[in-house]
Design a binder for this molecule. Structure first.
Ligand SMILES: Cc1cc2nc3c(=O)[nH]c(=O)nc-3n(C[C@H](O)[C@H](O)[C@H](O)COP(=O)(O)O)c2cc1C
Length: 300
């Protein structure tokens, strides 16, 4: 018998923030782990406030969260992992997937995946100087899909708790579709089971990957959930009826708005946060709902 499916919320900086995670959990509650968007050393080695509040334990309550670090070398790793340890975290995720030149040019994200010496330095510190359960999230490479095959031996020599693979190269950003065939190839070679991540939006997407990787049962989903908060219920076959869905969508929206209002005294900030939420959430609303005309007060 195959193991039950496990679903993880992908980290999306600016979207899956602690407000989103808490409201989602309260209403939908069907996620096995919530991955927190990355923290990184900013100017003067300081973590930005917007990233810092995401890891504050009081903002995450009882949620099963996994914080993520974006780093380029041992020194940054020590700093960021040290912050997380001081907050009492037991798990950490290493970002080897960030595709943006601002990160990769500094040797972070996919840039670190491309540099085996620095990667080893980071992993030796993460596994040797801390006692985290470590997971890793990676792309295929900066430009070429070969990088991940070249790096599999190094990654496989560390006892990762999870290896999450988004089968695109960094220079693709989010263009085209995730390469499921590439995922299947890597899964067949990896000693660790892989978590699949990329472009899951429907039951048929999941079925298609299961057809290519029959025992696949761990899934990380980001934009699909943002655009349809019932996606995981749909995938689990527990979709509530239409009237309940309508009520829950309304409640979700109200909960998000109220939470942002409590956190941000400035209405402009609340509007910006809600605009980010709406940019995906509007896809489950009736098509006549026009939400993103900034000159008009949004209605729902
Ligand atoms: C706006 C945005 C922000 C993201 N922020 C992060 C991040 O902080 N850490 C990370 O590992 N991935 C980040 N990602 C990548 C997602 O976690 C995920 O890998 C990607 O969206 C593909 O999964 P999906 O198709 O299910 O959304 C981000 C993606 C987007 C679009």
């Amino acid at each position: 018998m195959s193991s039950p499916d496990l679903f993880y919320l992908a980290p999306l900086q600016g979207f899956t923030d602690f407000v989103y995670r808490r409201c989602y959990q309260q209403l939908f509650g069907d996620i096995d782990e919530y991955y927190i968007p990355y923290i990184a050393a900013g100017s003067g080695s300081k973590i930005r406030n917007s990233q810092f509040r995401e890891i504050l334990p009081e903002n995450n309550g009882q949620l099963l969260v996994v914080p993520q670090i974006l780093c380029a070398n041992g020194e940054e790793t020590k700093q960021l992992a040290g912050e997380l340890r001081n907050f009492g975290y037991r798990k950490v995720n290493l970002n080897l997937g960030c595709p943006y030149p601002m990160a990769t040019n500094r040797g972070r994200g996919t840039g670190l995946l491309e540099n085996p010496e620095k990667l080893k330095e980071v992993l030796d510190i993460l596994f040797g100087e801390f006692d985290f359960e470590v997971s890793v999230k990676f792309r295929a490479g900066l430009i070429c899909e070969h990088t991940i095959f070249d790096r599999l031996e190094l990654l496989g020599s560390y006892p990762f708790r999870k290896m999450i693979f988004h089968p695109r190269t960094a220079n693709q950003l989010y263009k085209g579709t995730a390469n499921r065939e590439l995922f299947a190839r890597l899964a067949s070679m990896s000693q660790h089971p892989l978590v699949y991540n990329g472009d899951i939006q429907s039951v048929s997407d999941l079925d298609e990957i299961k057809r290519q990787v029959p025992n696949q049962n761990e899934w990380m989903i980001g934009r699909g959930i943002l655009a349809d908060p019932f996606l995981v219920s749909r995938l689990k076959g527990h979709l509530p009826n239409q009237a309940t869905q309508r009520d829950m969508k309304w409640q979700f929206h109200e909960m998000m708005l109220e939470s942002y209002r409590q956190i941000f005294p400035d209405q402009g900030q609340v509007f910006e946060k809600m605009k980010a939420f709406w940019s995906y959430f509007q896809r489950v609303l009736p098509t006549r709902t026009k939400l993103l005309n900034p000159s008009k007060k949004p209605e729902i």
